[in-house]
Design a protein around this ligand. Sequence first.
Ligand SMILES: [Zn+2]
Length: 456
Amino acid sequence: MAKALKTQFVCQNCGASYAKWQGQCTECQQWNTLVEEMLSQKAGQKTSTNLSKAALGKKMINFSQVERLSEAKQRFFTKIGELDRVLGGGLVTGMTILIGGEPGIGKSTLLTQMVLAILAKNTNSPNIFYVCGEESPNQISLRIERMLKHSKSKNLREKLNQSLQFVTSSDVDEITALMASKKPNLVIVDSIQSITTSDLTGASGSVGQIRECSSRFIDQAKAYGIPVFLVGHITKDGAIAGPKILEHMVDTVLLMEGERSGQLRILRSLKNRFGASDEVGIFQAVDWGLNEVSNPSELFLENQKVAVSGAATICVMEGTRPLLTEVQALVVSSHLAMPRRVGRGIDISRIQVLAAVLQKHARLALSNYDVFVSAAGGFKLSEPAVDLGLDVAIASSLSGKKIPQKTVFIGEIGLLGEIRQVAYFDRRVKEAKRLGFTKIISAKSHRHISQVIKAL
Ligand SMILES: [Zn+2]
């Protein structure tokens, strides 16, 4: 087999290379670390782009031309505000964006909606490629029809007819050849796991295939200045399927989160070469697509109309944006030798620490109680600034006392029960006041958790 000569199997742990695949690396004794790779850069390039003159020309920019590529001109907006926000102000020519998330979370929906938004707001008709690896053009068209019914933009259908091309190939070399000849303005690859190159023997979705195909898309995106979206599924442990190295190769990594049953979708930027990482966009899933949520705090605080015991309002930073949301706690007597500590959206070890602090420093007898804690809206709370709110919610549930309304809790709690100041405090307070909260409990008002509990 002549093809086998072009590739080798490289251990991802120690770098040892083998001619054939084997389960265990004989150098470092690790299992399943061997991944098929192209033998040399040269072999890879020859088959991928054929190094056209245009591509070579783009590799060299004269000093006088640099100004024309200035930031403002390079960028173009997707016209979905929350997406533009996460991208750091729209798309940049030649950028590759990896968008990850569990199957069915709405990645394809968001990208289809982005196509419509771009077309609706643009007078010239950009050429858009949609590579259908997962769904058939028929399925995608049906989704577009649903979105069209909700679109206020006129002659969107005509624009779609002109601009949108479905690419049905799953061969990366065919697709990049199409990109080289048609020079589209935007390419969406849905998904990278379904794309293969015949140069490697691995099946689609294998680490070697994902890496090689991505690198060919990235080369092409850079060569012709085409923004390319790569959709990537997520493995069980929450990593974007494929090697970690994929995240280093692309310019931007976006992650779509949320509970499939819930309506909330959070688009997070994990890496962004062209903007701030940690930025967050928030959407609400509706029957035809995704609605932008530009004022998320109001969404999360829906149930805040009456004072109840066991619920506290907190303020978290999502990217640069402060968000007010609610944490709930349920404390019930336990029959177990080791009472349970269960968290939804909150790390269990945090709950254990916070409960222990309450027990020791606020003298709450939690050792005979199960503690369940949950974050509203399927949110994941990892910031220390939520500590105070969590402890207050637990204490409130235990005592059955209601937490006064219009009160927000901002503070980290140390192991000695002291309340600590948190980052971006002023911004959080401003957001809380904007939403009508009058009482802010923080390191500025109280020094120790026991004082806060007593005051309630
Ligand atoms: Zn090894």
